[in-house]
Design a protein around this ligand. Structure first.
Ligand SMILES: Cc1ncc(COP(=O)(O)O)c(C=O)c1O
Length: 382
């Protein structure tokens, strides 16, 4: 095959004329009336998101990181508390608790789904555990029934980091009403993006989501003519134009997710005979299909994931990235003394993982090329 360039990062969102029109409408009106206050777009977007994700309410914020922060604040997480999560995640899942002075406790993953293993969560619960955060890794929903069961038995709230999972389903149902709350990301490379940044919290718990709403707007409670400040909050709002485009993005998210599912399923077919690579589980209907995360089968090959990815890039111009470095290895965490806390499966996965450059825009030819380049790389390094 001829060498062609397939870079990482992958394409996020799908911007078409309706998205451009939505932004232009906001800016044109503001040029006339000087009003960039987010209403009514914010309320309309929140209602639309809650309905799409199967939750009673949604609160828009400016990132998934601030969504997680609002949840930690609303739960009153503080020094001396513990929060259990997976080590196979982006920094801010764990950072949300550490930023509030709490300790993160890592629970190992299920090596097939790569999601947190509920039986490992049970082993890590102490009297100091104040929250559990499950991450729908790559867009594949966690074992929600088991995690919710743990929550019901222990009274410990479960929050889900759904940064990869807008549009994902669990047992055929949307995920946004599960657990105590769910935190979404609409950052630039996500399946839908609100002009490059954005996030939301969804929940069925009226009291909790109202607290989140207050915290993302200076702690304001609206009970009379002027807002009353009842807690210390921040300005974590999305802008008017972001909320407007959130609605056009959401209107097409199922189409985007389906296109990604089809491409990722096709890639699994193309790589089915490459036994040197471990394919991701669960791709197809219901998968949020944000990332296609493969693993170099280090039991069968002599080369490392780094050698594989570097050869693939320099010889075949196929970019990959690593989701993720184990959180305990990030200097901010290792300097605080964090270690693997008995998570051998996550440690092993973190040595093996790499994500392929697949999005809803990847063409059939590019899919074939990526698969061919990976197989060539395996042969070159053998
Ligand atoms: C699992 C996970 N959680 C949280 C985030 C943070 O999202 P944001 O950039 O919207 O804060 C990301 C970003 O990539 C992520 O992958």
């Amino acid at each position: 095959m001829d060498i062609r360039e397939v870079p990482f990062p992958i394409f996020g969102g799908l911007y078409e004329q309706d998205d451009i029109d939505a932004v232009m409408k906001v800016v044109t009106a503001a040029a006339d009336n000087g009003n960039f206050f987010p209403l009514p777009e914010e309320i309309d977007f929140q209602n639309m998101l809650a309905e799409h994700e199967g939750a009673r309410r949604a609160v828009a914020v400016n990132s998934c990181g601030t969504a997680l922060d609002c949840c930690m604040m609303a739960l009153g997480i503080k020094e001396g508390d513990e929060m259990i999560t997976t080590p196979l995640t982006f920094v801010c899942t764990a950072g949300a608790a550490v930023a509030r002075g709490a300790k993160v406790v890592f629970a190992d993953i299920d090596p097939v789904t790569m999601n947190i293993d509920p039986s490992e969560v049970r082993k890590k619960i102490t009297e100091r555990t104040k929250a559990i955060i499950g991450v729908h890794f790559s867009g594949l929903a966690c074992d929600l029934d088991e995690l919710d069961k743990i929550s019901a038995e222990t009274g410990i709230p479960v929050i889900y980091d759904a940064a990869h999972a807008v549009g994902a389903k669990y047992k055929g149902q949307p995920i946004g009403g599960r657990g105590l709350a769910n935190c979404y990301s609409f950052q630039s490379n996500k399946n839908m993006t609100c002009l490059g940044e954005g996030g939301a919290v969804t929940s069925n718990d009226e009291e909790f989501i109202e607290k989140v709403r207050q915290l993302k707007t200076f702690g304001y409670v609206y009970s009379g003519p002027a807002p009353v400040v009842t807690s210390i909050g921040f300005n974590y709002r999305m802008t008017k134009a972001q909320c407007a485009v959130g609605m056009t993005q959401l209107a097409k998210i199922d189409r985007v997710v389906k296109a990604r599912q089809e491409r990722m399923t096709r890639m699994s077919e193309l790589l089915a005979d490459a036994r040197e690579i471990i394919l991701p589980a669960g791709h197809g209907p219901g998968h949020g299909s944000h990332l296609y995360v493969l693993r170099v089968n280090t039991d069968r090959v002599k080369f490392s994931q780094e050698e594989f990815s570097s050869h693939l890039k320099s010889n075949y111009k196929v970019g990959t990235t690593k989701h993720y470095e184990a959180v305990w290895n990030l200097p901010a965490f290792s300097e605080l003394g964090y270690t693997d806390m008995g998570c051998p499966l996550a440690a092993r996965a973190c040595d093996q993982v790499f994500s392929a450059p697949i999005s809803h825009r990847t063409s059939p030819e590019e899919l074939e090329y990526i698969a061919w380049a990976m197989k060539q790389t395996i042969m070159d390094l053998a």
